[in-house]
Design a protein around this ligand. Sequence first.
Ligand code: ADP
Length: 464
Amino acid sequence: MKLLRSRVTVAFRLTIWYVIAFALSSFAAFLVLYVMMISDIHRHTDKALVDKAKEFSLLLNSQGVEAVRAEMVRESSSTGTGKVFFRLLTFDGKELAASDFSAWKDIGIDRIALKHTTADKPVFETLAIPGIGYKVRVLYAAVGSGEILQIGHSMMYDERILEGFREIFGTAMGIVMILASLVGWFMAKRAMSGVEEVTQTAIDISNGLLDSRVPVKGHGDEIDRLASTFNSMLERIHALVTGMREITDNIAHDLRNPITRIRGVAEMTLTGGGTTNEYEAMAASIIEECDRLLGIINTMLDISEAEAGVSKLTMEDIDITQLIKDACELFDPVAEDKGVGITMEVADCLRVIGDKQKLQRMLANLLDNAIKYTTAGGSVTLSVSRGNAHVVISVNDTGVGISDRDLSRIFERFYRGDQSRFQAGSGLGLSLSRAIVLAHGGDITVTSLPGKGSTFTITLPHSS
Ligand code: ADP
């Protein structure tokens, strides 16, 4: 089973490919070398035979047939009568002189070769001798005035060299293949180790070790890139999961208080003994708490909807100046009650393409906050002006301001600053405002000085 599994691993397949590629290239190299060796051996043998024929030609011309015969006998016995033979022939194949032929009885005279032999063109043949495993290289060369010399050279030694070469190669190939398999396996394992680390990390994470990360070696190779991409993906998922957990905790926390209060009031009604007025007050209190709960849930849904982007908006051409005037009018009585003055600095008829209801909601949130966090005697100023490609709306107040610590977090869901402790609210207003502005392709920023006031600036693309 383990063997079967290792057979399908990439490392195993890589090793097999490596060994096959190595074996094929080694074999090709051997073949080339072998062919070159054979042709080199033939070239040398042929040259030696031609040189020998020239020597005999000179001897025949200068000293005649008898001297040639004596030289043939001497030469063949000194080299070995089984290794070489000489035969002097007439052009029609009659033997004039020959060396010891006892070892070469089966070598005949090739008439066709005789016919083709000319003074400047010798003829070569390679013959297999029956009963002997080796071959013989035979030369027919014209010598003297009208004779042909037949020289035979046993290729036993050459073939033994080639045979030795083949044996050495076979053994070397065996050793090399074993080494290639080991090296291939080592290299494939090394190359795949990064992937295995990613797999191991994934296993660790699925086993609950959520902080596991793939070690990045710093080589800058593909595996390193895979590891760092995998790690950044894990970081992102981790951040998302943590964020979602925080939101869930916040929701749970924010829902628990009203539900506890509702339960308390409901319990009181059960104990009985109250007057009708008291029961009415309890019912009103329950309705109020339920409204608060519904408000939180609806705002959460509105944020999700706004975060879904422009597809969820009902876009139209809006006079944003008028929208701001309406919002001011709406909040004027509230501000007056609190002793806060509202002023407007608006340009004439600036238009944006947007969702009227959503933008009204966003303005209402900002105005509500500005009035809520400004003490009596303070003021709130709303202004709208035209920027390069945007309409710029700003909501400024002279209120309590926001500390640096809170400033970076006030747009988070359910986040409420230090100053909001004694104010009603859910910590969702700014999250919703931000989601609405972003869905319109705009931006919202805030600057604030604690104790002096805050300015929220919204940019929206204007309709051209
Ligand atoms: P909340 O319901 O608490 O007002 P928001 O999301 O509207 O929730 O605002 C988040 C927090 O930002 C508030 O709790 C408050 O601390 C701070 N904040 C918002 N607007 C202002 C403002 N105009 N002045 C001072 N603090 C503000």
